[in-house]
Every structure is written in structure tokens, then in C-alpha cells.
Design a protein around this ligand. Structure first.
Ligand code: PLP
Length: 434
């Protein structure tokens, strides 16, 4: 057992959880399998810090996988939530809270003229694809290897490398009949995109893409690549779906589409727009959105969709974000990747960093990352050892070499500097152990 800080209570809780839930968790990455240790169980969080049930504290770079852009238990968000809860938690009927959040989102992301709230990012992408198919009357969708769009059957595809391979399911239980309409090609590869449209252009309903591939170590989309998607979808009458579930309100004040100056037909949101509550949304051009029931005939519904508590959490979170918030997070992000690069270099560790707006990535690899084939070359064992050394020093990173780290407005320069120092110590230990 390499794991030296006392996590006895977490380990005991995990033993019980494993008997109750598959792998002891409700979402796979939480099981810490990629880093080969038992997960920590969380008791609470305040600001940039998170605390486990054994009383250890950590600087948190998971931030619930992105939503908590103001850190844990932000005062304004918590007070707004308490007030909302005291008025009832769900009605299944319209509320003003829905108008408020929808107004805020459509103001800040002009390509979203109309929006539909759902309960997760998975639901958002799944519904956007149904809408794109209904709108275009076509069936095929194009996605990119290593881009994650949630776990709906049709999107659980990475397929083989190269061009025009029909999608193979990533998971048992997903029928080939469903994924055969999903074409998966290399990210940031304009040539592959041209080829797939030349071959299947008349059958493609939509292209769905992550503007910053946060689930493959943080690879920014090449601006020309996004422009090529815009150009080809328009030319062939397909829809451009920008999956901003992670980047929405995080990467920039106007989200990734503002940063890259692109105009998608549909946008998927989640994470930050729920301020830590379960939410997703999809929206876009009016004439497309008007096809959704009850205005149109494309069915999509949800008992808890537009839940007032979630709307309040999302509204308060986004409303609190101003240009200075992003400037601040970007400064911290720059400081962190620069600091990590310096201590990695000093310790002769191969580390590459990526950046777009406030979002950053780092990976143990020799060459810069462009796509999933590159990401597969990440030194997973080095990451695992680094992860554990960081955890022992009170730094909580996402427990997988493929996941992006998140920084909040609650993080301080001191948090960042402590993290860089911890990385220096971690690298030294790893190197001396070799
Ligand atoms: C997290 C994420 C999803 C899935 O959202 P869930 O709420 O986990 O279903 C989809 N797309 C992207 C880009 C994401 O980061």
C-alpha cells in the first residue's frame, strides 16, 4: 500500500459501497481505478478545499468535474438555494426561475435563440441529435474520436482509426444497429472531415464536437477545424452541434463559441449551468428549436426538467461570473501550467501543457497532443505515481490521466503555488525512486 495518509474511514465506506453499487460508485471514474487506489469519500467542501470523511483536506481541482466555478458552498449560491428550497423543491409546472436562467443564457450565448432544459449533459446531446435528425430528415451523425458526449447509445462510439469506419459500440449492450449511423473520425483532422462529407454528405444529419476535448487530457480544437465543420455542415445541409457541456460558461464569458467566434446551429450545455445541481440544456436557432414538442412534433420531455432549485443554482452561479472572473481564473491557470512546466523540466519529466481560454490540460508525454491517437501515448504509470504523491500532499486532481483539471474563482494564488511546490516534491520522489 503506497497510500500513506490515513484514509481508513474512506476504505471502510468503500467496502460497504462495493456491496451496494457496481464498483462501489454511481459513475465509473469515481472509483479511482486509473490511479490504482481506493477512492476518498467526501464529507464537505468550502471554497477551493474539499474534505474527506477521515478529516484530510485537499485543494480541489475536480470541482465536481467542472460545475463548481465558484468553488464549494459559495455563499451566494447557497443562500439562493436555501431560499428556493423553502418555497418547495419541484412543481412540474412552469416557474419564473426557468425564464430567468433561459434569459441569462440566451443573452450571453447569442446563437441560442431558444433553449430546452433537461437533467444532464447526456440528455442534452441525445436530444440535440434527435432534433438534428428530425430537422434534416437524415440519420448519420459525425463525432470525433476521444470526444465524450455522455453515455447515450448512439454516442458511445470511438470506432477504429482512419476514415469512414462505421461506428462500433464502445460498450456491450449497445446494438450495432444503433451505432452504425455514427461515424467517428480523428479530432482536429480537416482532411478526414472533408473525406467523410464527400462520401456521406447527403446522409449526415449533424456533426457534434467538443471545442476543448476535456476528456482526453484537454486538447483544444484547432480554430480552422471548427471553421471547416461550420463550412461543411452548411454546404451539405447538416447541423453543427457544439457540445459545450464542459466549456459552457467556463472557458470564456461567452463560452467556447465566443472565444472561437463560431456560430453553431445547436449548443449543448450542462455542468456550470446547474451550479452543482443536475442540469443540462440544448438550444439554438429558433426555426430548429420550434420543432420540439409541444410547439413541434419532435418529442422530448422530463418530469424534473427546469427544476426550480437547479435553475436557481445555475442562475446565481452564472450571474456572478463577470469578465474579471475569467481573467482571474486564466491568470491562475497560466501560473499553474507555467509552474508545472518549470518543475517538470527541472526534474527531467516529460510534460506537455495545453490551454484555451481558462481551460488547461497537462500530460506526461513527449509530443504535443492533437487527437486521441496522441492521447493514448500518455504515460499512465507516471501519472498514477504523480497522482498519489500529490494526494498525499493534499492536492486532489481528477483521478485519470485523461481528465481536465478545473480551477474556480475561490482558488487563490497561494493554492496554485502550493500545488506547484507539491508537484516539485512529487517529481523528486518519483525520479529518486527510479
Ligand atoms: C460531462 C459531459 C457530458 C455529459 O454530461 P453528464 O451530465 O455527465 O451526462 C457531455 N459532454 C461533455 C463535453 C461533457 O464534458
Amino acid at each position: 500500500m503506497v497510500f500513506k495518509i490515513n484514509t481508513k474511514k474512506s476504505t471502510e465506506a468503500f467496502e460497504i459501497a462495493k456491496k451496494l453499487m457496481p464498483g462501489g460508485v454511481n459513475s465509473p471514474v469515481r472509483a479511482f481505478k486509473s490511479v490504482g487506489i481506493d477512492p476518498i469519500f467526501i464529507s464537505h467542501g468550502i471554497g477551493s478545499k474539499i474534505y474527506d470523511i477521515d478529516g484530510n483536506s485537499y485543494i480541489d481541482y475536480v470541482l465536481s468535474w467542472g460545475p463548481l466555478i465558484h468553488g464549494h458552498a459559495d455563499n451566494e449560491v447557497s443562500s439562493a438555494l436555501l431560499e428556493a428550497i423553502n418555497s418547495g423543491t419541484s412543481f412540474g409546472l412552469p416557474t419564473l426561475q426557468e425564464n430567468k436562467l433561459a434569459t441569462l443564457i440566451t443573452n450571453r450565448i447569442p446563437s441560442i435563440e431558444k433553449i430546452r432544459m433537461v437533467n444532464s449533459g447526456t440528455e442534452a446531446t441525445m436530444s440535440a441529435i434527435r432534433l438534428a435528425r428530425g430537422f434534416t430528415g437524415k440519420n448519420m451523425i459525425v463525432k470525433f474520436e476521444g470526444n465524450y458526449h455522455g453515455h447515450s447509445d448512439q454516442l458511445l462510439v470511438k470506432a477504429g482509426s482512419g476514415i469512414a469506419t462505421f461506428g462500433l459500440p464502445d460498450s456491450p449492450g449497445v446494438p450495432l444497429e444503433i451505432t452504425k449511423n455514427t461515424l467517428s473520425i480523428q479530432y482536429n483532422n480537416i482532411e478526414a472531415l472533408n473525406k467523410i462529407f464527400a462520401k456521406f454528405g447527403s446522409e449526415i444529419a449533424a456533426v457534434i464536437v467538443e471545442p476543448f476535448a476535456g476528456n482526453m487530457a484537454g486538447i483544444p480544437a484547432d480554430p480552422d477545424f471548427l471553421q471547416a465543420i461550420r463550412f461543411l455542415t452548411k454546404k451539405y445541409g447538416a447541423l453543427f452541434i457544439l457540445d459545450e457541456v464542459m466549456t459552457g460558461f467556463r472557458i470564456d464569458y461567452h463560452s467556447a463559441q465566443g472565444l472561437y467566434n463560431i456560430q453553431p446551429d445547436l449548443t449543448c450545455l450542462g455542468k456550470i449551468i446547474g451550479g452543482g445541481m443536475p442540469v443540462g440544456a440544448y438550444g439554438g436557432r429558433k426555426e430548429i428549436m420550434n420543432l420540439i414538442a409541444p410547439e413541434g412534433t419532435i418529442y422530448q420531455a422530463g418530469t424534473l426538467s427546469g427544476n426550480p432549485i437547479a435553475m436557481v443554482a445555475g442562475y446565481t452561479t452564472i450571474n456572478k461570473l463577470n469578465h474579471d472572473s475569467y481573467k482571474y481564473i486564466e491568470e491562475l491557470s497560466d501560473r499553474l501550467i507555467q509552474g508545472l512546466s518549470i518543475v517538470a523540466h527541472k526534474n527531467k519529466i516529460s510534460l506537455k501543457t495545453t490551454k484555451a481560454g481558462t481551460m488547461i490540460g497537462f500530460s506526461f508525454i513527449d509530443n504535443p497532443l492533437q487527437n486521441f491517437d496522441d492521447a493514448r501515448k500518455i504515460d499512465a504509470e507516471l501519472f498514477r505515481r504523480f497522482y498519489i504523491e500529490m494526494l498525499k500532499q493534499g492536492i486532489l486532481l481528477p483521478p485519470s490521466q485523461y481528465e481536465s483539471i478545473f480551477i474556480s474563482t475561490a482558488h487563490s494564488i497561494n493554492d496554485i503555488d502550493r500545488t506547484i511546490n507539491a508537484a516539485d516534491v512529487a517529481f523528486k520522489r518519483i525520479v529518486s525512486f527510479n
